[in-house]
Each structure stands twice: as C-alpha cells, then as structure tokens.
Design a protein around this ligand. Structure first.
Ligand SMILES: [Mn+2]
Length: 280
C-alpha cells in the first residue's frame, strides 16, 4: 500500500511496477462487484467527468478529508483529453484503494479501448510507459461497475437510462467484462444523454446506437426501479451542474474542459437534500 499513500501525498512519478500493483489490487477489489452496486441513501458526494485534470482530483481529495462521513461516487471518464491523464487515473485509483468502503468508481464511456485510443489515454500510456501497461489499464476499466443504486432513493451512472430496461435485474444480467461495450444496455448506460422534453427515446448525435432519453423514459425508469433522484455526468455544461426533469436528475461535470466549465461536485445529505459544491 506504500504506493497508494505516496500518490495521495502528491508523488507524481510512479513506475510501471507500482501501477501494475495498484491495478491488480483494484481488479481484486472490483471484479466480483455486480453491474449495479448498492450505495447508502445519504451523505454522498458524486464526482463527474475528470478527464485528466489533476487539479480537480486534488480538490476532491480535500473534500474527502473534510466530509469524512460521506461516500464518494466517481461517475467515470477519468482519463482522455486533459493534461495529466495518467496521474488523474492513478490518484483516483489510490483514493479508491485507500478507503474502499467509502469510494466507488463507476465506468464511463472513456473507460473503453475504442475511446481511449482516440482521445489520448492510449497515446499517453504507450508514450510514457508501454502497450502492456495500457492493456493492464483496460483490464481494470472493464471490472468497474456501470451504475449505483440506493433502493427507494437514488440511481447513478455515467451516461443515462438505457432503452429496454424495466428492472435492476435487467442490468445485472448483462456482461460488462469487455474492453469495449458490445452489450447494448451496458453501452447505453455509458453513453446516453437526457433531454428535457416529452418523449421516451430518440436518436442522439453522439453516435448511431446512442440514445437521448426524455421525460417519459425518465418517469417510467424511476418508477420501475423505485428511485426518486438520478445523478449522471458525461456532458459539459458551463455551470458544471445542470438539472433536468424538475430537479429530479442532476448532471455533474468536475473538470474545466480547457476553461469551458466551472467544475462542480454534487453532495446529497439526508432526505435527498442536494448541495452543489464548486471545485476551487
Ligand atoms: Mn463521457
């Protein structure tokens, strides 16, 4: 665990063996988790896209010490795009390993081979380390759960509501263990976006199999799964956090995205009381 503590203390240059060691510890911790993991109903902090921005992670680390009774749910998209991708992924892993009972890492659409090859993580890892290490990161990505639920209260995931799902069981029976998203339901959870209009599902300009979900799908899904609030990430909004469907869905972004957004996290206290916390 030495490497975990030294990363949390700010050590930037980690050698390949230390990363491999952390990756294998995290895989051991996560491989038996189900696609949808149960979380508490209160005292939660949701962290949105980080995209290689270490400053955001340091701010989250500060909150981690401040809110000691809270669980931290990371909604995915750790690498790609930003200036410190490997360091960001490593620091998030170190947080997850330091207190596994109050940190949960979920999988975003960027935790896949196809996307990581296009948006930077592949290039960074193979340039600074090796193709072998990149493959070990992919093995870790695929064990990350897709969603979190607090029955009666909250559902959280990176992208959104998938079409053709009417129960948690429908998600649990899918297979996420692949470096990409061959399963359509797993794919949609990582990719779909909300749209504040009265429809169920519609085409989405992000890609052929990506859907937008509207109010009707949201109402149906939250009723079927018996949750009141949904938290997701995946979209950049200048204000960092945006609400949909009369405040029942929060979209959270925790990076600046080259100065386009003001990074935020979402805290859920007791009785589903929400608080938007700026990361600066
Ligand atoms: Mn995303």
């Amino acid at each position: 665990m030495d490497v975990v503590q030294s990363i949390l203390n700010g050590k930037a240059n980690v050698d390949a063996e230390e990363i491999v060691h952390m990756l294998s510890m995290l895989k051991d911790e996560y491989r038996n988790k189900r696609n949808v993991v149960e979380i508490p109903s209160s005292n939660l902090i949701f962290v949105g896209d980080l995209h290689g921005e270490l400053d955001s992670v340091f701010q989250v680390q500060r909150l981690f010490s401040k809110y000691k009774t809270h669980s931290f749910i990371f909604l995915g998209d750790y690498g790609d795009r930003g200036p410190a991708q490997i360091e960001t992924v490593n620091t998030v892993m170190a947080l997850a390993l330091s207190e596994p009972e109050r940190v949960l890492l979920l999988r975003g659409n960027h935790e896949s081979d196809e996307v990581a090859q296009r948006y930077g993580f592949y290039t960074e890892v193979t340039r600074q380390y090796s193709f072998e290490l990149y493959n070990k990161y992919l093995e870790m990505f695929q064990v990350l759960p897709m969603a979190a639920i607090s029955p009666g209260f909250i559902f959280a995931c990176h992208g959104g509501i998938p079409e053709n799902v009417t129960s948690v069981q429908d998600i649990q029976k899918c297979n996420r263990m692949d470096s990409n998203f061959p399963d359509d339901i797993i794919f949609q959870i990582a990719w779909n976006d909300p749209k504040d209009a009265d429809f169920r599902f519609a085409a989405n300009s992000r890609g052929m199999n990506v859907r937008s979900f509207g109010r009707l799908a949201f109402e149906e899904f939250t009723r079927n799964l018996d949750v009141q609030l949904m938290v997701r990430a995946h979209e950049v909004f200048p204000e960092g956090v945006r609400t949909f469907f009369d405040g029942r869905l929060y979209s959270v972004f925790s990076a600046t995205y080259r100065g386009l957004a003001s990074p935020k996290v979402l805290r859920v206290g007791s009785n589903l009381q929400t608080e938007v916390i700026p990361l600066m």
